[in-house]
Design a protein around this ligand. Structure first.
Ligand code: ADP
Ligand code: ZN
Length: 704
């Protein structure tokens, strides 16, 4: 049990600073462990909520929490996010002048800040501060960087062992999303915390829907996918710079605001692209894998892989950048054999060629799976899923098998007749009887099977061949120009009656669905959510703070559902803490009231105010009406205002005083009939309730 801080204290900190009511997963146990001064290793997937595991201890503990973080680019956003939540934090790195650095050191000494983010390279500048007099906790973010096993190894992380020596009684919490055992072992050894308690969360990201599609007409498919998800942020990962540029252009040509990002751009350009994306100014970024390391943006709604990633770790990390807010997200991977061949080429000759090729093979198996994809993914990370996930394309649309023996025989006999000298494309050309130069030059039009498969499309033949390869019925010789070869199974299929079961090829018919889908979405652009999103965007520009740091999408969704109309209701929304309520509450409440107001005026809307009128006439008070109708009091007041405007018999001065009406009238004249209630609210220095302003206006407008 906790001695240092009570459970109540933790929950209260969670709500006050972060606006959340409950801890997620193992967060609370982790925090309690740290507060008991125990070293802690946290393995949690991206978006799992690692930050809170050291940020809550930081606000509860007496001194400073030192956060080691590898990415200078990320520090600013993290610190801005903390400050927006009312937590004093700073960062210390090489991007700052020595004056700025000095002032930060002073803030630590005077205990003005609770968290300090520092890059490992810059730690030496804080020599005098690494002392238990100042520091209560050390957090090591992206801790896998310490291990040369990991994929992001950083030599500067390897000196961090000195922290334990210098701060023997201070708890260290190391966090990472990379799970494997070797890396874990390395982390605890190098940080000199062999007895650290380990908290390993499930790797499952249930909210991300998985889908794999065959790679035909990729650009077209991508355009229609995005059009079906208007306004949603997303990333398209490509293998080459050229691809990123081509796709970005195609998207822009189709009216989708997008940018490309790759290592060939200047540092400034890359920074700009990243910032615009974070600020929701750019909807889509087409990027090589380098993009995303520095991105904490929680409202990335989808990730598309234009090309196949080279291993499952990379794939999982990249799709993990979507749906961090826990709302639904989509991951679409285009599977192409050409990519597999290309990636094999890259791997060939590398020092760890075998490992790379084995990893690529697992990636390929995932892409070609005919069973639940999430099961395959999680099993790769050593986690077993008992049930099928229900949120992948295979679960949603299980493949239908049919007897494909004849199809297989046609393919195998063509391979035999071209003496195993041709690659997939030529085999298909022969099957379909194509009279192209390649076929004619080699005299393949004289092969006996020439044209026996003209009734099946090129793409479908391709998918059937891939299925045969997956079943080991034929194979690709990567070292012999990717020619198709026979295997032991081939003979059994050709001559010994072995049956082959194939699945029907997948045809993505985006087009048919598109128009209707776009239409419904277009109507939704007037939704309360869209209005709140626009307001958030405006504030984000004014304050130069990324939109997702103001409120994440999950919080806006809840506002849309609950429609908070008072401060206390607003504070009850998940993701609204004390400071954000104080700073942003009024504007968001005003937007919601405005939205409700404009809805009520719509003729088709049920005449809900008339129901209120009946209750009013029967003598009920506002509280009684709101209780009975399960409406918030401000809504009932807005009904009263409307009823009065409509000329119904309402004793309006029971609800608003004459002097208030006069004051509002005065404001109206001085402000020259402003558009929003918020303008009045500001005019009265937030001292007059919204509902009173609304009631007063109904009197004034009627008198006019
Ligand atoms: P990670 O660092 O593990 O990738 P973050 O710490 O950035 O994840 O958290 C991901 C998202 O989840 C953030 O938007 C964060 O505010 C939100 N979050 C974290 N903890 C909770 C919680 N207890 N309840 C609701 N949302 C949470
Ligand atoms: Zn599944």
């Amino acid at each position: 049990m906790l001695e240092t801080a009570s459970q109540h204290q933790l929950h209260s900190a969670l709500k006050t600073y972060f606006g959340y009511d409950t801890f997620r997963g193992q967060q609370q146990e982790i925090i309690e462990n740290v507060l008991q001064k125990k070293d802690t290793l946290v393995i949690m997937p991206t978006g799992g909520g690692k930050s809170i595991c050291f940020q809550i201890p930081a606000v509860v503990l007496e001194g400073l929490t030192l956060v080691i973080s590898p990415l200078i680019a990320l520090m600013k956003d993290q610190v801005d996010g903390l400050n927006a939540n009312g937590i004093k934090a700073s960062f210390y790195n090489s991007s700052q002048t020595s004056q700025e650095q000095q002032s930060i050191i002073e803030k630590v000494i005077t205990k003005e800040i609770k968290l300090l983010y520092v890059a490992p390279e810059s730690l030496s500048g804080l020599e005098n501060l690494v002392n238990e007099k100042y520091i209560s906790c050390v957090a090591i973010d992206e801790a896998h960087c310490i291990s040369s096993w990991g994929h992001d190894f950083r030599p500067s992380y390897q000196q961090l062992g000195f922290l334990k020596k210098r701060l023997p009684n201070t708890p260290i919490i190391a966090l990472t999303a990379t799970a494997d055992k070797a890396t874990r072992q390395d982390i605890v050894e190098q940080l000199q915390m062999p007895d650290a308690d380990q908290f390993i969360s499930s790797f499952d990201r249930k909210n991300i829907e998985l889908e794999v599609r065959p790679a035909d007409a990729r650009a077209k498919q991508i355009v229609s996918f995005i059009k079906k998800h208007p306004g949603q942020s997303g990333i398209v990962y490509c293998l080459s710079r050229k691809n990123t540029e081509q796709i970005a252009k195609k998207l822009n040509d189709n009216g989708i605001n997008s940018d490309c990002y790759h290592a060939g751009l200047s540092f400034d350009d890359r920074t700009r692209v990243q910032e615009d994306f974070i600020f929701d100014k750019t909807q889509v970024v087409c990027a090589t894998v380098a993009f995303g390391m520095g991105i904490d943006k929680s409202n990335v709604r989808w990730v598309i892989h234009h090309n196949m990633p080279k291993n499952i770790e990379g794939y999982y990390q990249e799709i993990g950048r979507s749906g961090r807010d826990g709302l639904k997200a989509k991951a679409v991977l285009f599977h192409s054999y050409a990519d597999v061949i290309q990636l094999r080429k890259f791997a060939t000759g590398a020092t760890n060629e075998d490992v790379q090729i084995a990893k690529l093979e697992r990636m390929k198996q995932f892409s070609e799976a005919t069973t639940c994809r999430r099961k395959i993914l999680l099993s790769y990370f050593g986690e077993l899923l008992a049930e099928n996930c229900g949120n992948c394309d295979v679960c949603k649309n299980p493949p239908k098998f049919f007897d494909g023996t004849v199809i297989a025989q046609k393919i195998l006999s063509t391979i035999t007749r071209v003496e195993q000298q041709e690659a997939t494309g030529t085999i298909i050309d022969v099957l379909r009887g194509a009279n192209n130069a390649n076929v004619l030059e080699k005299g393949l039009n004289r092969v006996k099977t020439f044209g026996i498969g003209h009734d099946i499309s090129w793409k479908d033949w391709q998918q059937y061949i891939i299925q045969l390869i997956n079943q080991g019925i034929c194979e690709i010789a990567f070292h012999k120009n990717n020619t198709l070869q026979l295997t032991d199974f081939s003979e059994k299929v050709l001559f010994k009656g072995l049956k082959v079961y194939l699945t029907y090829p997948v045809h993505i018919n985006e087009k048919a669905k598109t128009p209707a889908a776009v239409k419904t979405k277009a109507v939704n652009s007037n939704s309360l959510f869209e209005r709140l999103r626009k307001l958030r965007y405006r504030i984000s520009l004014e304050e130069n703070l990324p939109a997702y740091l103001i409120f994440n999408d999950a919080t806006l969704k809840e506002m849309e559902r609950v429609r908070p109309m008072s401060e206390s209701e607003f504070l009850s929304i998940s993701g609204v803490g004390q400071r954000k309520m104080e700073v942003y509450g009024d504007e968001f409440i005003a937007e919601i009231l405005d939205f409700i107001g404009s809805k009520v005026k719509k003729p088709k809307k049920t005449d809900t105010h008339l129901v209120t009128y009946e209750l009013y006439k029967s003598g009920l008070s506002i509280e009684e009406i709101s209780l009975q109708r399960k409406l918030k009091a401000p809504t009932v007041y807005s009904h009263i205002a409307k009823l009065y405007s409509d000329g119904k018999a309402i004793n309006i001065y029971d609800f608003v005083s004459k002097s208030d009406v006069e004051a509002v009238h005065q404001a109206k004249i001085e402000l020259d009939s402003p558009k929003t209630l918020k303008d009045y609210f500001d005019y009265f220095n937030e001292q007059m309730d919204y509902f009173k302003i609304r009631l007063a206006l109904s009197v004034i407008d009627k008198d006019d």
